[in-house]
Ligand binder design. Structure first.
Ligand code: NI
Length: 261
């Protein structure tokens, strides 16, 4: 499936480039929220003092490209979407989410915060063993462009090591808190930064029907959905979203499967 999807994605991208629809995103090397050069600004994420993930500026162009991609992909019969969960693991809600995803046979991507890992190693192992992709969300939830580069790199590296000690594998994907990132923060770590194209605003809504409705309205083929597995309402919403998108013919993949080489 992976190889086929990559092949299909290349075809999609080519068509979109020819169509002119993706020129902006392609110039920045971005597609489906995965980017080496995000347009995130440092002033996002301060509203509630906790989780206020704003959509990075780079996502504006991606959204346009995705709506074209959806139409083309539907013609070949496959629609893909990636669920991503930040800020965990959480001892109660992450476990409920893993149970629900397992029953449904759905893989997701978890961007773990280093400070939340200790004592929840079993959950991290479950993620690995049940086919989920584990990424890095830094040690603490700090806006990275406002920190000293050395501290940002330490925060990322510490989390890399914590996850590697548990799973035996260094994460290859990084989601910067608040999407706050710039090219000077590469840290020589060879991590791929992953943003999102659908923001569930689950941290703010804390209302399962509202989260479900917002995500279902906003989701197209190739999207990356941002959620947080640290709230009861988010976990319930995520499982309802899975059920409804599966009914609509979507297949769930981890974010690495949406990457274009
Ligand atoms: Ni976060």
């Amino acid at each position: 499936m992976n190889w086929n999807f990559r092949k299909q994605s290349h075809l999609l991208l080519l068509i979109l480039i020819l169509d002119g629809a993706i020129l902006g995103a392609a110039a920045g090397g971005t597609y489906a929220g995965v980017s080496g050069a995000p347009g995130a600004s440092g002033d996002s994420g301060q509203e509630a003092g906790w989780e206020t993930h704003e959509i990075p500026a780079a996502c504006g162009g991606i959204r346009q490209a995705d709506s074209g991609g959806g139409q083309i992909a539907e013609s070949v019969g496959k629609k893909y979407v990636a669920l991503t969960f930040d800020d965990g693991p959480h001892s109660v809600y992450t476990e409920q989410l893993l149970d629900g995803l397992k029953v449904r046979g759905v893989p997701a991507t978890f961007f773990l915060m280093g400070q939340n890992i200790e004592g929840k190693e079993a959950l991290v192992l479950r993620m690995r063993d049940e086919g989920h992709l584990i990424g890095n969300h830094s040690y603490r939830h700090l806006p990275m462009t406002r920190e000293r580069a050395a501290e940002v790199c330490d925060s990322i590296e510490m989390t890399e090591q914590m996850i590697e000690q548990i799973t035996g594998k260094r994460p290859e994907y990084l989601r910067p808190p608040y999407g706050d990132w710039n090219e000077e923060l590469e840290c020589k770590m060879n991590l791929t930064t992953v943003f999102w194209t659908v923001d569930s605003l689950d941290w703010k809504l804390k209302n399962t029907p509202q989260i479900v409705s917002r995500v279902l309205k906003g989701t197209r083929n190739g999207d990356i959905i941002l959620m947080h597995d640290i709230y009861d309402t988010s976990v319930k919403a995520a499982l309802q979203i899975v059920d409804q998108l599966q009914e609509q013919g979507y297949e769930f993949v981890t974010v690495d499967e949406l990457l274009i080489d």
